[in-house]
Structure formats: structure tokens, C-alpha cells
Write a protein that binds this ligand. Structure first.
Ligand code: AHR
Length: 553
């Protein structure tokens, strides 16, 4: 490891780079340091870390994704075309569907066959406050127009792999077998293959990723971890494979529920150690939905507001979000006690900041919320933490893609906008498939007031990766400090830069967000900077996300 003192000594070398014009007058000497140590690889960054999630919930599927073939909204076989185009642009690798909690109430057979003959069902979320208040609205029911063929077609059009969440709470294991058969059995081989073909998909879908239940500790059945393990093993025993290398995901813990992971794995191992080899991933969910200051003991903590916030709520949200890295590390350690050969990895298939109702663009967009620069910085920090733990995290899916929680897109009818979180995914796509390398960040803390006391939070957070062809080093950095820019010395250990492209996402207003009327309020600014040698100085603006792509000599 390169020590800080040694780093400071060598920092006296070549200096390149420029500052954003508005910070040009700030200190000439660096106050922050980033060391990128190229010969300390962490692991390949699974492209699937940049995955997505859609659920039959409020305005996600109907209105968000599915507009129908007859819609005046431009569509590709019923799916909103601009959404497909934008997902392609960010190289969306994988999409999880149909839930969420909805998955454990969904009968996949309702969503196949001729669309106009499909049954209408009550949606899982019918009794949630946001719908209950609204009377008999379409969002309380599901016409099943968007089913397996439509979902797989959407994934294929967007260039993503499907990840299906099977119902373990309210359907028998045989239904799961049959869903696999429907998706993967060869053309002409089974009745289900024929139904699939009649809907225009003769070739098998070859779906690899399957989750068995969702949040089994809650809406997925309120199981104990040991009871869920028994169900999980029953579901995965003898699934037909059809030559597809199935990657099975077990419902895992909520945040730091260590007991879930330990007790689940204890039971799996009791049933036969070899079973561990069948598990591709253990899912982990973490939402930053409650901030932990000013709470009376036993008191109800309200969700924070999406648009009304000051420094306190900004930093406390970041603090809540940052917990995900300790959850990844903690669960990984426990997994290692059982899975000594490391067959299994973590699948963080729901994450994001979750706010109180009130900023959604349409009243029936359940859990819809406006996405600001705060969410972009939050998302960048989260993705950086996954990159830093590339050997542990196989997949992550932000919740949810459109019109719900940490959305990349907001849509209503023919209105559609890309949020600041979309731009983070676009900027961070450069990490997909690269090799994460150890990156040390050292910056002054950001300060704010918390219950009358000075509180602080690390300003800079980031990660770095080398592209497969080893020609480009990508460094992404979030500056969480709402006010202070950071004059940063970037030291590249083990190579030299010969040029640098920079993308910066920021705004003078931490509440900035994109709306239908003003879709480009927050968008990345691109520039080329001079950078040569192993030390580059760069000023990272406050409340920003920055990507630096160094060409390596
Ligand atoms: O993403 C919204 C909901 O949050 C999901 O349905 C559920 O899995 C989680 O509790």
C-alpha cells in the first residue's frame, strides 16, 4: 500500500488538469487526495451491478413501460420507445420483474396467451394508502397486458437480460417449474413452448436469472430464515434446466439483518453442503427511507421529503445510504463462514432513497417521487461502493426504473423525462466489465449541524476501474459536500495519463431536478482536460458527480 506521506512526497511531480471556471479562484494547493493503485485489482465489475427493477406498482409498468401498441406514444411493440432508446444508451444489463412484493401474488399464467383474453386481477398494492384514497382506479387492478412475452421482448429490445422473480408465497413449486418450462423449453417440445410460439416467440427465451420469492421475511410470506430455507430448497430441487445455466437468487436480508443470512445458510448447509453451489446470489435490500435524527424513543420516523430538504437532510440521507457498504461487507463475511469456496455472491436487487408521498407527477404513481441532484449523488456513492466490492456484488438493481422511488425516468402519457439518476447511470456505464482497482480517498470532512451539534460526513467518495483493453482508467467521484469544492490531487500508481475526458453532473442548487417542462436542468457537462504523468490535479465541485476517463500511456 502507498502511504499518505509517500503519496504527498511524490505529489510534487507533474501537474495537469483544469478547474471548472467558477472554482478557478480557489486554493492553489490540494486539500484532497485520491490514489489509484493499478496493481491492486479488486475484481471484475459485473455489468449487472448497473441493473434495473420494474414492478406492477402504480405507474411503473402501465404508463411507465407499457403504453400499448395502439398508443399515440411512440412505442416498440407496446413498450415506450424513448425508454428503450435510453436503456440502450446506458447499456442496461439486466431488468428484474415482476416485483417486489407483487411477485409473490403474481400468477405468471395470467400474463400469457392472447392479450385480450387474459384475466384482470386485483393488484397486490390495491390497499396501499396512495390507491385506497383514490377510489376505483385502474392502478388497483392488473389487465395482464404486460406479461412474460412482453417483458422478455422489452429486455431484448433494450439489450438487457431478464431476471424473473418467482412467486414462492402463494404458488406451488410446480408453477415455478412450469414458468421455467414456458420460458426455456425448446421450440415445439411442450405445450407451453407452443403457447410461447403462438405469441411470436418460437425460440426459447433462455432466461438465466431467477429469484425465488421476494422479501421472504416480509411481504414474501413472513417466513423465518430457516423456514424460508426449506421452501427455497424445495423450489430449487430438480428444476428443469433445458441446457440453460440457471442463476438462482435466494431472498436474503433486509439491511443489517445478520441473523437472516446466518440462519438461512445454516439451514441450507444442514440439508447438504452441495446445495450452496446451486445458489448464485443472496439478495439484499436497503432503502434509505428513514433518517435517524430527532427521533423520540419508540417514535414513528416519517419518511423524508423528496424536495424540501436542507443540509441536515442531505447528509443524513447520504449517511443512511452509505450503510449499504457495511451491509455488503457484513453479510459477505457471514456467507464466507458457510460458502468457503465462494460460489455465492450478493445481489442487491432493491436499493435507493425512498421519500414521503407528495412529489409524484401523477397521484396514482405509488411511491413515485421527484428525483433531485441529491439522488444523483446518493446513487453515485452507492454505485461506487458496489464497484469497490466488485468481488462480492454480482448484481444490483435500483428500485425502480421509472415512476417509482429512485427512478431514472419519469413518464406520464406522452410526457417523459430523464432524471439526474439516469445521468449517473450513463456516466458510470464506463465501469461495466472493467477491473475495479484499489482507490484511496482522503479529503476533509463536510460539516453541518445536527440537533445543535457539529456533525460531519466524508466529502469525497469514489471508485476506479481499468477497461478490458487496459487503455482507459475510469475514476468516478462524488463530492457530497454541499458547499466546498475539493482541490484534488489524483495519483495514478502503476501507469501514466496522456489525456483525460471529464463529465460533471452538478448544479448551483442542490434541489435541482428535471421536469417535463425543463428536462435538462441537471445534465452532465463534458470537457477534455490536459493530463500527463502520474499526478493530475482537478477541482471537484460541491454537490457533484464526476467521471474522469484517463487515457493510459
Ligand atoms: O420497491 C417497492 C417495494 O419495496 C417492493 O415491492 C418490495 O420488495 C420492497 O419492500
Amino acid at each position: 500500500m502507498v502511504g499518505r506521506r509517500q503519496f504527498l512526497r511524490s505529489a510534487a511531480g507533474t501537474i495537469g488538469g483544469v478547474c471548472l471556471a467558477r472554482y478557478a479562484a480557489l486554493a492553489a494547493t490540494a486539500d484532497s487526495h485520491i490514489e489509484i493503485i493499478l496493481d491492486e485489482p479488486i475484481g471484475m465489475i459485473s455489468p449487472n451491478i448497473y441493473g434495473h427493477f420494474i414492478e406492477h406498482l402504480g405507474g411503473v409498468i402501465y404508463d411507465g413501460v407499457w403504453v400499448g401498441e395502439e398508443s399515440k406514444v411512440a412505442n416498440i411493440r407496446g413498450v415506450r420507445k424513448s425508454l428503450i432508446d435510453d436503456l440502450k444508451a446506458i447499456q442496461a444489463p439486466v431488468i428484474r420483474w415482476p416485483g417486489g412484493c407483487f411477485a409473490d401474488s403474481y400468477d405468471w399464467k395470467d400474463g400469457i396467451g392472447p392479450r385480450d383474453a387474459r384475466p384482470r386481477r386485483t393488484n397486490f398494492w390495491v390497499d396501499t394508502g396512495q390507491l385506497r384514497d383514490k377510489g376505483n382506479v385502474p392502478q388497483s387492478y392488473d389487465p395482464n397486458h404486460f406479461g412474460t412475452n412482453e417483458f422478455v421482448g422489452f429486455c431484448r429490445a433494450a439489450g438487457a437480460e431478464p431476471y424473473l422473480a418467482a412467486n414462492l408465497r402463494s404458488l406451488p413449486a410446480l408453477d415455478f417449474d412450469h414458468w421455467v418450462e414456458y420460458c426455456n423449453s425448446p421450440a415445439g417440445s411442450t405445450t407451453y413452448a407452443d403457447i410461447r410460439a403462438a405469441a411470436g416467440a418460437a425460440d426459447p427465451f433462455e432466461v438465466r436469472y431467477w429469484g425465488l420469492g421476494n422479501e421472504a421475511w416480509g411481504c414474501g410470506g413472513q417466513f423465518t430464515p430457516a423456514d424460508y430455507a426449506v421452501e427455497f430448497l424445495r423450489f430449487l430441487a430438480w428444476i428443469p434446466r433445458y441446457g440453460v445455466d440457471l442463476q438462482l437468487v435466494a431472498s436474503g436480508p433486509n439491511g443489517g439483518d445478520w441473523d437472516w443470512t446466518r440462519s438461512f445458510l445454516e439451514k441450507v448447509v444442514q440439508k447438504g453442503h452441495a446445495r450452496l453451489n446451486d445458489i448464485y446470489g443472496l439478495s439484499l435490500h436497503h432503502y434509505a427511507s428513514r433518517l435517524s435524527y430527532g427521533v423520540a424513543p419508540g417514535g414513528r420516523v416519517p419518511k423524508p421529503d423528496a424536495l424540501q430538504f436542507g443540509d441536515l437532510e442531505w447528509y443524513e440521507l447520504m449517511r443512511e445510504g452509505a450503510k449499504v457498504e457495511s451491509f455488503v461487507k457484513g453479510h459477505w463475511e457471514i456467507m464466507g463462514e458457510f460458502d468457503t469456496e465462494r460460489h455465492m455472491r450478493l445481489v442487491v436487487d432493491e436499493w435507493g432513497p425512498w421519500y414521503a408521498q407528495g412529489s409524484e407527477v401523477s397521484p396514482t404513481d405509488v411511491f413515485g417521487q421527484m428525483i433531485t441532484l441529491r439522488d444523483a449523488v446518493f446513487s453515485a456513492r452507492t454505485l461506487d461502493s458496489f464497484n469497490r466490492n466488485a468481488e462480492k456484488v454480482a448484481m444490483a438493481n435500483t428500485a425502480q426504473m421509472i415512476n417509482c422511488i429512485n427512478s431514472l425516468f419519469i413518464a406520464h402519457g406522452d410526457q417523459y423525462v430523464r432524471t439526474p439518476v439516469y445521468h449517473v447511470f450513463a456516466m458510470y456505464a464506463a465501469h461495466q466489465g472493467g477491473t475495479a482497482v484499489r482507490t484511496e480517498l482522503d479529503s476533509p470532512m463536510a460539516h453541518y449541524m445536527r440537533e445543535g451539534q457539529d456533525a460531519d460526513f466524508p466529502a469525497l467518495d469514489g471508485s476506479a476501474s481499468i477497461s478490458e483493453d487496459k487503455k482507459t482508467l475510469t475514476l468516478t467521484v462524488a463530492n457530497t459536500d454541499t458547499k466546498q469544492p475539493r482541490e484534488t490531487e489524483i495519483a495514478i500508481r502503476g501507469a501514466e495519463a496522456k489525456g483525460c475526458q471529464v463529465a460533471t453532473l452538478t448544479s448551483a442548487d442542490i434541489h435541482a431536478h428535471n421536469t417535463f417542462e425543463n428536462p435538462d436542468a441537471v445534465k452532465p457537462e463534458m470537457r477534455t482536460i490536459e493530463a500527463s504523468g502520474s499526478i493530475v490535479n482537478y477541482t471537484i465541485p460541491p454537490a457533484s458527480v464526476t467521471r474522469l476517463d484517463f487515457a493510459l500511456s
